[in-house]
Design a protein around this ligand. Structure first.
Ligand SMILES: Cc1ncc(COP(=O)(O)O)c(C=O)c1O
Length: 456
């Protein structure tokens, strides 16, 4: 390929990116095309002959457009999905241009250094030990898996079992204790580790989804052997935080490894106004979180944080006569070997926002949630279902059918996107305030649209 082709392809991508991003404020938020529509556009047999790189980019941008969801805009409130901060987006482009395979600090010192510094900045923001290991993975799911694999390895090692050598079968039974309102990715991580759902000890939780301290004590008393207790910072629907100051000492008294799933909740620690929610969390042994949610970096970027890097190394350091080792390499702390420098956009977002900008972002997300809840509460049929202490708002209208129908109507109407759930056996709708781009005007516009739909 001539350098000119590359330049034209990158220009085409730049223009297409700006066209899309300029459109997100006014386009319908939910995609207008279905998967079948998109398969029809992109599918068919592999063409015999190739196409000029810029033409490929232009073709794909035009064909994809109706199937794109306006996640980077200010009125996407579905699941828990952040937007894209400009510094992180541009840095992500460079990550692709640089194409640094970032597992080894000898091979790719620039990107490994940026990731290491981003990790240190995050530990500082979260108030976690500065010596902890930070592994960059694809997201909260893999962060939970990575931390829990480390936890299993360490808990069994302390019971005299070397999992790397002897495997898991026939090892001392591992107790894995979780809250009733844990995220599904915890069960999934347990499954990947050979721990079935029936083997989990489930501790009851309160009306917001916070684990009961009495329940934890009862679940642990009298038991023995390797033990992992999994807590949560930010319940996916209510945004509620477990009471770490009460729960972690109980778990540690029983010899547990304590893991915290804080995919979006760990970030509360970075705001002086919200950090009370995370009080006591620094006493845990591992923490999972995401940068692609609250920090607003492009997909994908999660962090697996482990108090003692020696535990990460024991679980993950690889062998291989052709690999170069130098101190603590990225491939020592996660399951991946070759990988993208996905921590670089996180470095760029942190550098661009600074400590005060990050606290301000958190405070805005919380203020948006409070404004959304009070706007919706003023609509007669709407009932707010959670205490809005963080970034999540959950609501319903009179019946399950009407709630689900309202959810579908919101997506169809297009002003905003939010997604549904079941809460305590009843249908609910949930809004997650996760985007840096959301303004008070976006909240107002969304409330008006919902008010009009409820009135129909
Ligand atoms: C509490 C919690 N844990 C884990 C996850 C999984 O994160 P990811 O989708 O980044 O893998 C989520 C996703 O929303 C979550 O809210």
């Amino acid at each position: 390929m001539a350098p000119d082709d590359r330049s034209r392809a990158l220009d085409a991508a730049h223009h297409a990116a700006l066209r899309f991003l300029d459109s997100v404020a006014e386009r319908p938020v939910w995609p207008r095309a279905s998967l079948d529509d998109m398969l029809a556009e992109f599918g068919g047999p592999l063409p015999d002959h190739g196409l000029d790189a810029a033409a490929v980019v232009e073709e794909m941008a035009v064909l994809a457009d109706p199937g794109l969801v306006a996640i980077p805009g200010g009125r996407f409130f579905g699941f828990v999905i952040g937007g894209t901060h400009p510094a992180a987006l541009a840095a992500d482009w460079l990550v692709s241009a640089w194409d640094q395979n970032s597992g080894s600090s000898t091979l790719t010192p620039a990107t490994v250094a940026m990731e290491r510094v981003a990790g240190q900045w995050m530990l500082d923001l979260f108030g976690l030990p500065a010596t902890a290991s930070v592994g960059f993975v694809t997201g909260g799911q893999l962060a939970n898996f990575t931390c829990l694999a480390t936890a299993r390895h360490a808990a069994l090692a302390r019971a005299g079992r070397d999992v790397a050598e002897q495997g898991f079968r026939g090892s001392p039974p591992l107790r894995f204790v979780v809250g009733a309102d844990r995220h599904g990715s915890v069960d999934r991580a347990a499954r990947f580790l050979g721990i079935g759902r029936a083997e989990l000890t489930v501790v009851p939780s309160d009306d917001q989804g916070r684990m009961s301290a009495d329940g934890l004590e009862q679940a642990l008393v009298g038991g023995e052997g390797p033990l992992i207790v999994c807590l949560q910072a930010g319940e996916v629907h209510t945004g509620a935080f477990d009471d770490f100051a009460a729960l972690i000492p109980i778990a540690h008294r029983h010899g547990a490894w304590v893991h915290i799933d804080g995919a979006f909740g760990l970030w509360a620690a970075a705001s002086p106004a919200l950090s009370h929610l995370t009080a006591g969390m620094a006493d845990a042994d591992s923490w999972a979180t995401d940068a692609h949610k609250t920090l607003n970096v492009p997909y994908d970027c999660g962090m697996a944080i482990v108090r003692d890097p020696a535990d990460s190394i024991a679980a993950f350091r690889t062998g291989g006569d052709y690999l170069i080792y130098s101190g603590l390499d990225p491939w020592d702390v996660t399951p991946e070997l070759s990988r993208r420098a996905r921590g670089v956009p996180a470095w760029a977002a942190l550098r661009s926002l600074g400590r005060s900008g990050i606290a301000g972002l958190l405070d805005r997300l919380h203020a948006n949630a409070v404004a959304m809840a009070s706007g919706l509460a003023a609509i007669d049929a709407v009932q707010i279902l959670n205490d809005v202490e963080y970034t999540q708002v959950m609501f319903r209208v009179d019946s399950d059918d009407a709630t689900r129908a309202l959810g579908a109507a919101i997506l169809d109407e297009g002003t905003a996107a939010l997604t549904g759930a079941e809460w305590r056996g009843r249908a609910a709708l949930r809004c997650s305030m996760s985007s840096w781009a959301t303004t008070p005007a976006d909240i107002e516009r969304t409330v008006q649209a919902i008010r009009a739909l409820v009135a129909v």
